[in-house]
Unconditional design. Structure first.
Length: 218
């Protein structure tokens, strides 16, 4: 059982679904050679893939190209289905910094064959989050800086207002397709600048006023 770590709280909440949004920044879609989507593109990760800041990402031996993707993560605090914007906003209880780690070579090969690319996303340690910052402690403005560096070299740097679909729009869309439950985490997509990391690399990621995390690749 995986539990969330929440700033300024001793509450223990079990992690639910990890719902991820792809291509939510236009420049990232462009750098990957993909079209800009008309609606959020969704995939899932199991809770078993999740680790917390200061743990280690274990690079699978079956892949030669492990990529970093820094993201804003939404913490869902109550069950909702078919939510409007008001209910969607109320269901977001907090935020975190996240990493959606991707086996890019495996993803590319699966795409070429027309197969689902789930196996490029679900390996153990492929999802990383910082401690949760509750909305009562900080209300997201939507223009916060988001940044990632590898071995102290900045690789990704943007602001959240470049997201094609903002936090509330994502929750509205997702809840129209399936029930969101307390403990679910929504990874909202990554800006441009994704790239490979290798064993021994240190990754630092931060979102202004939300949090930060540091992990090592092993």
């Amino acid at each position: 059982m995986k539990l969330l770590k929440i700033n300024n709280s001793d509450e223990k909440i079990e992690v639910g679904k990890l719902v991820c949004v792809g291509r939510n920044y236009a420049k990232h879609a462009e750098e990957m050679g993909n079209e800009i989507p008309e609606f959020p593109l969704i995939f899932l990760k199991p809770s078993s893939s999740l680790i917390h800041a200061n743990e280690s990402i274990i690079k699978p031996r079956n892949s030669g190209e492990l990529h970093h993707e820094v993201e804003l993560v939404l913490f869902i605090g109550k069950n909702i289905k078919n939510a409007d914007e008001v209910l969607a906003e109320q269901a977001i209880y907090g935020y975190a910094v996240g990493l959606d780690m991707t086996l890019r070579d495996i993803q590319s090969e699966l795409k070429k064959k027309g197969h689902p690319w789930t196996l490029a996303k679900v390996f153990d340690t492929s999802a990383v989050i910082s401690d949760i910052t509750l909305k009562k402690d900080y209300l997201l403005q939507g223009n916060e800086k988001i940044e990632l560096s590898v071995n102290n070299e900045v690789k990704q740097s943007s602001t959240l207002d470049f997201m094609l679909f903002n936090a509330v729009q994502i929750v509205v869309y997702l809840s129209s397709k399936f029930t969101l439950e307390r403990g679910d985490l929504i990874f909202t997509g990554t800006p441009e600048g994704v790239g490979a990391v290798n064993v021994g690399d240190e990754i630092f990621a931060a979102i202004q006023n939300i949090g930060k995390l540091k992990v090592k690749v092993e």
